[in-house]
Design a protein around this ligand. Structure first.
Ligand code: FAD
Length: 412
């Protein structure tokens, strides 16, 4: 039969999909979201950046997020060879929110999806997109819970499928990332951190803690305090640095923690409360981000690296930018998607890329751990760490590589 007709079909109900759906629905567009899994479902990526709070507000979801009881986050802390430094996100160069949350993604993503539904968005859970036909207006082939296959048609298609990368795979858009392949091993712990017993160790529940391996600056750890005395804990390294490939993941992770004395002491009484997981080769890129028929959001497009917790922020930013373009096109405007969407989105992604690359080659670590930072410069860097990577008034955004190299020289 003739497939049901929508203005916009969205693949995936993660942060980018739910936010895009909400924004489009608010503009009076007929939206449908197809989500493969049932929520709540686990996802990695618990530390948000303040810049994403603006998009959450745009989607009228700020109240719901503020009231959900997530762990407050005010900044990022870094530790290396006993050195500790931190960035308070409220002390930044760019305008905009200076605080955010550290969230268990299962409940956070469900909250966003539920809120979008309560606003009137239709989400079909437990259904997966199997195929796409772009000959005319996009047609999606969908498999439902019962295993039946059906089609829908929409005037525009947004791929918010994250690491599912539905369109990059189906349309052969995948291209290798510029970053080397790294592996993350992670879990959730009941941290049992006793502040009294830890007089000499810095620890702030309101900040993500990024620790650098004492002997190898290519290896780093995240500790993301969550509510309920839990933390997300993980290590990132090129695979050959993670020790015995045959060992079980918990042994690998705990073996790596032992090698970082500060973290080892901090987590002396920690209990693992979730099976350890491994993700490898997660950095990904594409040849095309958007055309007049589809756009890729969030991780379905490009994923860099977890070190600055930029993933959800990029996902939400892309949703916001794409939604505005979709509305314009549906309202009859002719759009150059490269100029209007891909290029402006990539400006911020490329800013993050500059700092990710400089983290791993050591330049940015030198800056972060420099003893006598200039306050104005620190605020500009703080802005980027807070997610304001699209703020062209910040010289560390508009000329990121040149400015970074200048302060690297100063630090030396
Ligand atoms: P997702 O949240 O992945 O959502 C995609 C959805 O699409 C899923 O629910 C999936 O079920 C659905 N889907 C997939 N295929 C189909 C299909 N065929 N049909 C229908 N639905 C489908 N980001 C941060 O901001 N902070 C962090 O601290 C952080 N840490 C990270 C650590 C690691 C090790 C890694 C690898 C990533 C980390 N990230 C972090 C990144 C973060 O996980 C992602 O950027 C974020 O989840 C992207 O959101 P999204 O909406 O694009 O996709």
């Amino acid at each position: 039969g003739i497939p049901a007709n929508y203005d916009v079909a969205i693949i995936g109900a993660g942060p980018s999909g739910s936010i895009a759906a909400s924004l489009l629905h608010q503009q009076g567009k007929r939206v449908i979201v197809i989500e493969k899994q049932d929520f709540p479902r686990f996802s990695i990526g618990e530390s948000l950046l303040p810049a994403c709070m603006r998009v959450i507000e745009e989607a009228n979801m700020l109240e719901a997020v503020n009231e959900a009881g997530f762990q407050f986050k005010s900044g990022a802390a870094f530790s290396s060879k006993g050195k500790y430094t931190n960035f308070d996100f409220t002390d930044k160069f760019s305008d905009g929110p200076g605080t955010t949350f550290q969230v268990e993604r299962a409940s956070f993503d469900k909250l966003l999806a539920d809120t979008a539904e309560s606003q009137g968005v239709e989400i079909r859970f437990g259904e997966s997109v199997q195929d796409i036909d772009l000959t005319q207006d996009p047609i999606l082939t969908i498999k439902n819970r019962e295993g039946e296959v059906y089609c829908i048609q929409a005037k525009y298609l947004l791929d918010a499928s994250g690491f599912g990368r539905v369109l990059p795979k189906l349309l052969d858009l995948e291209k290798p990332s510029c970053l080397p392949s790294r592996t993350a091993v992670f879990t959730h712990i009941q941290d049992n951190i006793d502040p009294v017993a830890l007089e000499n160790i810095h620890f702030d529940r309101n900040k993500i803690l990024i620790s650098v391996h004492p002997e190898n600056k290519d290896i780093w750890y995240w500790l993301i305090p969550l509510s309920d005395s839990r933390c997300s804990l993980g290590v990132v390294a090129e695979p050959h640095l993670l020790g015995d490939a045959q060992a079980d993941l918990q042994t690998v992770l705990m073996g790596m923690i032992k090698q970082e004395p500060n973290l080892h002491r901090l987590l002396a009484n920690a209990e693992v409360v979730r099976e350890c997981s491994l993700l490898k080769g997660y950095s990904a890129n594409v040849t095309t981000l958007a055309t007049d028929k589809f756009a890729l959001l969030g991780n379905a497009g490009e994923f860099l690296d977890p070190v600055f917790s930029s993933g959800v922020t990029i996902a939400m930013q892309s949703a916001s930018m794409a939604a505005k373009c979709v509305v314009r096109q549906l309202n009859g405007e002719e759009l150059d998607w490269d100029i209007e969407y891909a290029t402006p989105l990539m400006r911020g992604v490329d800013t993050f890329r500059t700092y990710v690359e400089a983290w791993y080659d050591g330049r940015f670590q030198e800056v972060i751990f420099f003893d006598a930072p200039d306050n104005k410069i620190k605020q500009m860097i703080c802005s980027i760490l807070a997610g304001y990577a699209w703020d062209e008034t910040n010289p560390f955004v508009s000329e990121s590589e040149r400015r970074l190299n200048m302060i690297v020289e100063l630090c030396r």
